[in-house]
Design a protein around this ligand. Structure first.
Ligand SMILES: Cc1ncc(COP(=O)(O)O)c(C=O)c1O
Length: 394
């Protein structure tokens, strides 16, 4: 037996694109005493809401610490339904499976519905895990670039050209990680028309639906003509700054609930019991907290955007939500990884190379630290960017 042999499945999951290099370089510099501005971290820096924390402690103290119903405790599923209804999204608690974060919901859907060799269209740039999860599930990711600009444009011609008889799913994410862009109504309608009646699932990841500025959130759940094809994923991670609680959920057409419940059972049995009680309370009581977080993110977004305007050529698709901006570094004649490493070594500012998200010549800035630090980090970014630009002689 070769004790060093890895499965083919895990070998394909390479997490390429430099995320690990950046993270490790940041930790090393930090351990040497250098101040690091962490603009690479994709999670809210705010505390989880007090109501959730109290409800979780109360659940632990009253011994609600055992396995729960596989699909999630009824009070949490009801709280999710009531919360979603406030934005006009109508769900049925019977069609919801509560999972360990959106991450598990995505995996449970891929594993439960697709077979080896099936193709999944990923609109890029997209969340790093999508491609790796496809490999892990034995399905083939097919990348189709979005048109980035004022919106996260779904190019139906390109999507249509990528569809083969093996295509079983299209995955979309709005507001988008890593661009902060959103899908607009017209593109969503075109996509809905395109998939209607085809044997293709539309998986919509709306993890950032609560963090959106001055723009309506267009959800594929609002189109009844494709309701039997839409799989919906969300979580408390970004909505309530509860990443560590590991509570997500998937809503799906009723006929696939038993299958996804089984898939979820194989993966984790159930989501953590006390986290479920805490999350239920967050859904019931913490919408004001979400609005507060959203307001803070918007101020930070404005700081990043105004700094980037001092970087000639650093164009970025319009960040209307989530907490990311994706500027171009194309004019600098360097790779995103070289740029990110150089910026970190010189000024301690950590950003993520866009390659990890399936896009070339861009870096992702996550505004997930205190606004004062963002101001300072972006001043340094501007200096470094312009130094690199000067070296090119352009
Ligand atoms: C687009 C997207 N989907 C899903 C996830 C996973 O979220 P969760 O913490 O709920 O597993 C993330 C996390 O960053 C994300 O950015």
């Amino acid at each position: 037996m070769n004790i060093h042999k890895k499965s083919k499945r895990i070998s394909q999951c390479s997490f390429e694109g430099g995320i690990r290099d950046i993270f490790e370089a940041a930790l090393k510099l930090q351990s040497e005493g250098k101040e690091i501005f962490h603009l690479e971290i994709g999670e809210p820096d705010f505390d989880s809401p007090i109501e959730a924390r109290q409800a979780c402690i109360e659940a632990i103290n009253s011994s609600r610490t055992h396995y729960t119903s596989m699909n999630g405790i009824p009070e949490l599923r009801k709280a999710i339904v009531d919360h979603e209804a406030k934005r006009g999204v109508l769900l049925d608690p019977e069609n919801i499976v509560v999972t360990c974060g959106a991450e598990e919901a995505l995996m449970a859907l891929l594993l439960g519905l697709l077979d080896q060799g099936d193709e999944v269209i990923l609109i890029t740039p997209c969340y790093v895990a999508y491609k790796e999860q496809c490999y892990f599930a034995g399905v083939v990711p097919v990348e189709v670039p979005a048109d980035l600009g004022e919106y996260y444009g779904l190019n139906i011609d390109r999507i249509s050209a990528a569809v083969t008889e093996k295509t079983k799913m299209i995955m979309i994410n709005s507001p988008n990680n890593p661009s902060g862009c959103v899908v607009n109504r017209s593109d969503m309608e075109k996509l809905v028309d395109f998939i209607k009646g085809k044997d293709i699932w539309l998986l919509t990841d709306e993890c950032y639906s609560a963090i959106i500025y001055d723009e309506e959130h267009v959800s594929s759940l609002k189109y009844p003509q494709v309701s039997d094809q839409v799989l919906y994923v969300n979580s408390v991670s970004k909505t309530f700054a509860m990443t560590g609680w590991r509570i997500g959920y998937a809503s799906m057409p009723p006929q696939v609930v038993p299958c996804i419940a089984k898939s979820h059972l194989m993966l984790t049995s159930c989501a953590p019991s006390f986290s479920q009680y805490g999350a239920a309370e967050a859904f019931r009581k913490s919408s004001d907290y979400t609005s507060l977080i959203c307001g803070e993110f918007k101020k930070r977004r404005d700081v990043v955007v105004s700094a980037l305007r001092q970087c000639p050529g650093a164009d970025f698709p319009s960040p209307k939500g989530a907490f990311y901006v994706l500027p171009s570094i194309e004019r600098l004649g360097t790779t995103p990884l070289e740029f990110a490493i150089g910026l970190m070594n010189k000024f301690g500012v950590a950003v993520t190379p866009g390659d990890a998200f399936g896009i070339k010549n861009r870096v992702r800035i996550a505004y997930t630290i205190d606004i004062k630090k963002i101001k300072r980090a972006m001043e340094l970014f501007v200096v470094y960017y312009n130094e690199c630009l000067a070296k090119t002689g352009r």
